[in-house]
Design a protein around this ligand. Structure first.
Ligand code: NAP
Length: 553
């Protein structure tokens, strides 16, 4: 399809994922001249790219979908409680088509640079297809886990068979029946892949560096009757999501861990382990996240569940994490993950014990032996949160580079603004309410807030909006402080900016990526900022309301 000839837009949105789709919907409804630039060949973001077997929500499907349109809620039937990637992509396409959003999206457009023009109060973008575009507002929906990272292991190019990161699972699929497969990683992605492919492959070797706590997803199909029931409850469901810290239906157990007997605690955990979804993590006692002793007791409970499911005691012990407790890293939800290790052709290779030396033409060589494979899968994670930002040359006032400013971690105001980078909005940015909660719930809040903010700017004829240095420092300190009570600060995970495959992100320095105050507190804070006339944001430019720049669309 030929690209539009326009070179200026009031708003350019980067990314046609869950955030970008809703952001453009809001702008189109307002008649704002806006477009989305997406580097992939089509929309969907994470659900366009992650096509590995087993990829599915681990939020309840009906709490993950958009809530903004009653009609949409009435028309879409979620087939499973935790819907799979193909269905999720179908859903996002359904949304885009229903609201006629495709004409406002441009694909195969990678934004290479975005520089702020201080004289004109505009962003100047250079796109991979050679075009130069300008916009007043730049809204970034880049995705928080959209920059995959490959392991820094020698010899990756030597392997003769197919080898790929899970994010780049071949779109045409790959037949793994009877194949010898090696997979590196045991994060949420690997845990989904392993459960899904174990029964069909010829052999599977899982290269585990650190074990990861996981709990059952307990997925189920949603019948027409059940869907009707969900539809009737949608208002109540979304109200609950607004009220809970994680933006889910799961509400934390408000009783004190030490106020109830051990028998009572076990009773709760037995129930939660068998229930669908994140309840085991989010309906638990709050001390699990902050109190070493409480966390250790609960972790031991989960370890016992693992031992009950894995027949070989040596393998079972290797699958029990030793370096962190349950729930201080993002908890993967699994389907038949532990049972996979009961299959004779599935093997766990402990690479903490026998490290990988190199990838060879035939497979993976550890200090103990060389393993031969037909296919190698890298489930090795992402340059999380700031990775996608770092890959665009974003320059603000005085040519300051965002990747320099954020070298030691993000600094933001409300997770939506960056001092020195005027007119740049992050509806779902680092340190916002999105990253640590049910993502789309946070996204809708962020997009609505940013849209209303732009309307305010337009209505008052301002041309430049920038968070003050003081407001940014205050917010960043606030986000940092919330980590201080959380056990998660001690874990090597993307929540704290750890990634052994990204220079400077090896363990050691915490990056304060996510807002841990919970969704209700975040929403009340940003709403208060708006009510106080956007306190902390400096607005300049001649007030000319009649020129409020909503030029068609
Ligand atoms: P991840 O959690 O960062 O896991 C990466 C895995 O690769 C870890 O086990 C890591 O080991 C291992 N690894 C990396 N480099 C290695 C190396 N050089 N040698 C050996 N092992 C290596 O990444 P992910 O599994 O892709 O998950 C990332 C996030 O995506 C999740 O936390 C979740 O938020 C999201 N996700 C969501 C869903 C969903 O919603 N349904 C599904 C999948 C993922 P170490 O632990 O030792 O570093």
């Amino acid at each position: 399809m030929s690209k539009p000839t326009a070179t200026h837009y009031e708003v350019i949105v980067i990314g046609a994922g869950v955030a970008g789709i809703y952001q453009i919907k809001r702008l189109v409804d307002l008649g704002v001249d806006a477009t989305v630039l997406e580097m992939s060949a089509d929309l969907g973001g994470t659900w366009y790219n992650n096509r590995y077997p087993g990829a599915r929500f681990d939020s309840e499907s009906y709490t993950y979908g958009y809530s903004f349109s009653r009609e949409l809620l009435d028309e879409w039937h979620w087939r499973e409680a935790y819907s799979s990637q193909p269905e999720n992509l179908k859903y996002l396409n359904f949304v885009a088509d229903k609201f006629n959003l495709r004409p406002y999206m441009q694909f195969n457009c990678r934004v290479e640079s975005a520089h702020f023009d201080e004289d004109a109060d505009l962003w100047r973008l250079h796109v991979s297809d050679g075009r130069d575009l300008t916009c007043r507002f730049l809204a970034l929906g880049l995705g928080l886990l959209s920059q995959p990272t490959l392991p820094r292991i020698e010899g990756r190019e030597d392997f003769q068979g197919p080898a790929f990161h899970t994010y780049y699972w071949p779109h045409e699929g790959i037949d793994l029946k009877g194949k010898r497969v090696g997979i590196i990683g045991t994060g949420a992605t690997a845990i989904q892949v392993i459960g899904a492919i174990a029964p069909e492959v010829g052999s599977l070797h899982v290269f585990q560096r650190r074990a990861n706590w996981a709990a059952p997803l307990n997925n189920y199909e949603i019948s027409a009757e059940k869907m009707a029931e969900i539809r009737a409850r949608y208002d109540e469901i979304f109200e609950t999501c607004k009220r809970t810290p994680g933006g889910f239906e799961h509400e934390p157990d408000r009783r004190g861990f030490y106020e109830v007997s051990r028998e009572e605690r076990i009773k709760l955990w037995d129930r939660l382990y068998d229930e669908p979804g994140f309840g085991i993590w989010l309906q638990n006692f709050r001390e699990i996240f902050t109190d070493e002793e409480a966390n250790a007791e609960f972790s031991e409970y989960i370890a016992e569940r693992i031992r009950r499911r894995v027949k070989d005691p040596v393998t079972a012990e290797k699958l029990v994490p030793r370096d962190h407790g349950f729930g201080v890293q993002r908890v993967p939800l699994e389907t038949n993950y532990y049972e996979a290790y009961n299959l004779d052709h599935v093997h766990l290779v402990d690479v903490a014990e026998t490290p990988i030396e190199r990838i060879t033409a035939r497979g993976i060589k550890t200090t103990a032996q060389e393993y031969e494979f037909d296919v190698i899968v890298y489930a090795t994670g992402f340059d999380a949160i700031t990775g996608a930002f770092d890959h665009i040359d974003i320059q603000g006032v005085g040519g300051e580079k965002l990747r320099d400013k954020w070298r030691d971690g993000p600094q933001t105001y409300l997770g939506m603004f960056i001092h020195g980078f005027p007119n740049l909005l992050m509806p779902a940015g680092p340190q916002s309410g999105s990253a640590s909660t049910n993502y789309p719930r946070g996204i809708e809040t962020g997009v609505d807030w940013c849209t209303e903010f732009m309307q305010y700017v337009w209505a008052n004829g301002y041309t430049r909006a920038e968070a003050t240095a003081a407001a940014e420092a205050r917010w960043t300190r606030h986000v940092e402080k919330m980590y201080s009570t959380m056990l998660m600060r001690k874990a090597k995970s993307w929540f704290t900016g750890y990634n052994s495959n990204v220079e400077g992100h090896e363990a050691g320095k915490i990056r304060y990526f996510v807002y841990n105050g919970g969704s209700p507190k975040y929403v009340s804070t940003i709403n208060m900022v708006a009510e106080q006339g956007y306190e902390g944001i400096e607005l300049t430019g001649a007030p000319e309301p009649q020129q409020a720049a909503r030029s068609g669309g």
